[in-house]
Design a protein around this ligand. Structure first.
Ligand code: BDR
Ligand code: CA
Length: 303
């Protein structure tokens, strides 16, 4: 099994990615870290703990950065609701986050692992940038970093920038310049990773996971229940366990941090015009039917 750490800002599509990280048999989820993104980090941490409790998952949660490296936080409560995971009444529990911050928990987990681990980052990249800055030697302990973020085309938060990168461009720039083995799943594919209305309608009777997801999906605004919902973050997990569903291209990716109107844009040099070495494998195509089949099988296996 592939040992992974999930860095997340739940977040409704984050919740689905967490389900996949827990119930995909090829994966061994060892740590969940939270970050400020879709909503503030107190809420994303509370949501992550509610989800691990809901699934009775024995995976520690570490609370991460409350603000981006160099900018005030901006959220996506308009997409995920004020709580970040609106729509379902989770029962009370007594779970608490680890005593150490996310970047420290990731470091400790990597150091304790006998083999390099895969990081999956599906929120702003603040925690990952902090890790690389605090522990520059940690690179050898990271097998790969799979990111949901960015776009080779248009944005979804500003005209050019995708939300996770736009919220903390300085962190993203640090991460893309790190030399890590990076797989970037951007809007080019995640905008196509749509669960169709007829499938969504089956969720309430599928199992308790399906019923819970259906309840929060009713409040998710990346698409709609009647036109289909975009599973951005789930693509990062799919890219790990179902790589044959994706087309990848080695590219140089720069993150714009200074542009007056373009901060957070991922400049993806598909044609190699900038003469720079590739620093990421960028996902540019998705087998949508194959993705939907994988999701259906995955959720049917959940409790
Ligand atoms: C990304 O932004 C967030 O709202 C989603 O959870 C996803 O990580 C999509 O742009
Ligand atoms: Ca997310």
């Amino acid at each position: 099994r592939i040992p992974i750490i999930l860095d997340t800002d739940p977040g409704i599509d984050d919740a689905v990615a967490l389900a996949a990280a827990l119930f995909e048999p090829q994966l061994d989820l060892q740590l969940i870290t939270t970050v400020s993104g879709n909503v503030g980090v107190d809420k994303t941490t509370r949501n992550a703990l509610q989800l691990t409790h809901f699934w009775q998952a024995d995976v520690p949660v570490a609370r991460g950065a409350a603000t981006p490296l160099a900018r005030p936080a901006r959220d996506a409560a308009g997409v995920h609701g004020v709580s970040g995971m609106e729509g379902y009444d989770f029962v009370a529990h007594d779970r608490t986050p680890l005593a150490v911050p996310a970047f420290q928990a990731i470091h400790d987990c990597l150091m304790a692992s006998p083999q390099p681990m895969t990081l999956v980052a599906i929120g702003p990249l603040t925690n990952i940038a902090l890790l690389l800055t605090q522990y520059p030697d940690i690179l050898t302990k990271i097998h790969r970093l799979v990111i949901m973020g960015g776009s080779a085309g248009r944005g979804n938060f500003t005209p050019n920038a995708e939300f996770n990168i736009a919220v903390d461009p300085e962190a993203a720039a640090r991460v893309f310049a790190s030399g890590l083995d990076i797989v970037m799943c951007g809007l080019d594919v995640t905008n196509q990773a749509i669960l169709a209305p007829d499938f969504l309608a089956q969720l309430p009777t599928m199992n308790r996971t399906g019923a819970m997801l259906h309840a929060i999906f009713s409040h998710y605004r990346s698409g709609s229940m009647s036109t289909g919902l975009r599973m951005h973050d789930l693509c990062a997990i799919a890219a790990l366990v179902q790589p044959q569903l994706f087309d990848l291209r080695d590219c140089f990716v720069a993150v714009e941090t200074r542009g007056e109107w373009t901060a957070g844009t991922t400049v993806v040099d598909i044609e190699g015009r900038l003469g720079q070495s590739a620093n990421a494998r960028v996902v540019l195509g998705l087998d949508v039917d194959g993705f939907r089949k994988w999701v259906a099988e995955l959720l049917a296996r959940a409790p």
